[in-house]
Design a protein around this ligand. Structure first.
Ligand code: GLN
Length: 475
């Protein structure tokens, strides 16, 4: 069921929050795609009772009585938060992250925490300590990552909304591979407090739903100024749901010159071309823009993200909290063994790269250069947005791919994020939505907008979804 119908059923009293939770719980128990790390039946039923008993209070909140699954990167008070890692397998935070608190107050009920790549590092959801997630369209394929569980949860119709995080594409890429809508907000729109850090200068939480409507309502709940996150924006909140039907008129939409030279798969390109005619059919004007720097983004990201992660993950040392290796003879062995045993290979690889690029003698050659490229990309976006309202491009190079893919090119997995990373480097908002169907699998397209243009991104996607059916398809 889509989000709007689910919420309406609660508001019209056709279904109670408790019944909605029981339905979702049944589907969670039947999940055979490894979408969830933990479910919380007792707490969810209790919360549902509370919402049912306070119907008047919740009947007009953005997420009234709707079951939700949260990515297991958000700290939940008294409930396990693993971040997909052995390091935090038994970690129980003593507080709720701001996103969780906001969603609770908006009337949603957390039923489960979704599986994810370990510490949000990955593009296939295969790096999770709790095993790979399968794609609901074909269980031999990956759902994308790192928010693979969150995207699969909505695609498989288990909950109508879920939360994710996007540091380099982790909302948009799995949204594309699973055939759902996902939005990465402007950096700073949603508080990062209580969200386990990977690369703090790019990490941003955002919504998944089948359509732009569900994403707008969930973003209304998630976004808030929070003094506990010093990078959180004080900009006045918009009401994204009510702005969905705003008429922004005929837009100038930028399409990137020579984008077909970036190694995008032909089926993805075909869907992209078809979508362009949907855009012109809606009265928008397409304008070619030059963005030859676009593909440099990935090189910059894979220096900056490991650098920040090597620093952020230094807190996992077996002393304060999390996994601790047993029987160690001294403190340095304790650190070493804890981190050797507690982290998976991908995480270790990134810590090594990050430590290397930040070390004396290499800092100037790598980290500083990467920051210069980051600034160049931000500047380029700014000059393009002087001329166009939005940029439109495919979300990914490929559709969902096989698990355990053995690439002849060892960097192919990293290249999956070629088209998503630039928005993270610049801190810009971007939305991915289903824009085609090839080989019995969904294809995703994305808009990137100027800072704080989530209303425009959502409304434009909403108009497309009024005249197309890609977002209605179910596995
Ligand atoms: N796939 C990218 C990575 O592995 C992005 C991850 C993310 O956005 N969390 O780093």
């Amino acid at each position: 069921m889509n989000f709007k119908d689910q919420r309406e059923k609660f508001r019209s009293k056709a279904i109670s929050a408790k019944e909605a939770v029981k339905e979702a719980m049944q589907k969670i128990k039947n999940d055979n795609l490894n979408i969830f790390i933990n479910d919380f039946e007792t707490q969810a039923l209790k919360q549902a009772d509370y919402i049912d008993n306070n119907f008047e209070k919740f009947k007009n909140t953005p997420l009234s009585g709707v079951p939700i699954a949260h990515k297991d990167i958000f700290c939940t008070n008294g409930l396990k938060t693993t971040c997909g890692s052995k390091m935090l397998e038994n970690f129980v935070p003593p507080y709720d992250s701001t996103v969780i608190k906001n969603c609770n107050e908006a009337g949603s009920i957390m039923v489960a925490k979704t599986n994810m790549d370990e510490f949000a590092m990955g593009s296939s959801n295969e790096t999770s300590y709790f095993g790979a997630v399968s794609n609901p369209w074909n269980s031999d394929l990956v759902p994308g990552g790192s928010s693979g569980g969150a995207a699969a949860c909505v695609a498989a119709d288990i909950t109508s909304i879920s939360t994710g995080t996007d540091t380099g594409g982790s909302i948009r890429q799995p949204a594309a591979l699973c055939g759902v809508t996902g939005l990465k907000p402007t950096y700073g729109l949603v508080s990062r407090w209580g969200m386990i850090a990977f690369c703090s200068s790019m990490d941003q939480a955002g919504p998944f739903s089948r359509d732009a409507f569900g994403c707008a309502a969930l973003l209304d709940a998630m976004a808030s100024y929070d003094e506990k996150d010093s990078t959180c924006s004080k900009r006045i909140e918009k009401n994204f749901e009510s702005l969905l039907t705003e008429n922004f008129g005929s837009l100038k939409i930028g399409v990137i010159k020579n984008i077909d030279s970036l190694g995008i798969n032909t089926d993805v390109m075909q869907s992209y071309e078809t979508s362009k005619s949907v855009l012109t059919g809606l009265g928008h004007k397409l304008k070619e823009v030059d963005f030859s720097e676009l593909s440099s983004g990935i090189c910059s990201y894979y220096v900056i993200a490991p650098a920040e992660c090597s620093s952020n993950l230094s807190r996992f040392d077996g002393v304060k909290y999390g996994y601790r290796a047993s029987n160690q003879k001294d403190i340095s062995n304790l650190y070493m063994e804890t981190r050797s045993e507690g982290f998976g290979d991908e995480v270790k690889k990134r810590i090594l790269i990050g430590t290397h690029v930040l070390s004396a003698g290499f800092y100037d050659a790598y980290y500083l250069q990467a920051q210069k490229v980051r600034r160049m990309i931000k500047n380029k976006f700014e000059s393009i947005f002087k001329d166009v309202d939005l940029i439109f491009m495919p979300t990914t190079l490929d559709q969902a791919f096989e698990k355990n893919r053995k690439d002849s090119d060892p960097n192919r997995m990293y290249k999956e994020d070629l088209l998503t990373i630039p928005a993270n480097l610049a801190g810009l908002p971007a939305i991915s939505f289903p824009n085609g169907f090839k080989n019995s699998l969904p294809v995703g397209g994305q808009f990137v907008g100027n800072y704080f243009s989530e209303d425009l991104l959502l409304a434009t996607t909403h108009k497309i979804q009024e005249v197309t059916d890609w977002h209605k398809m179910t596995p």
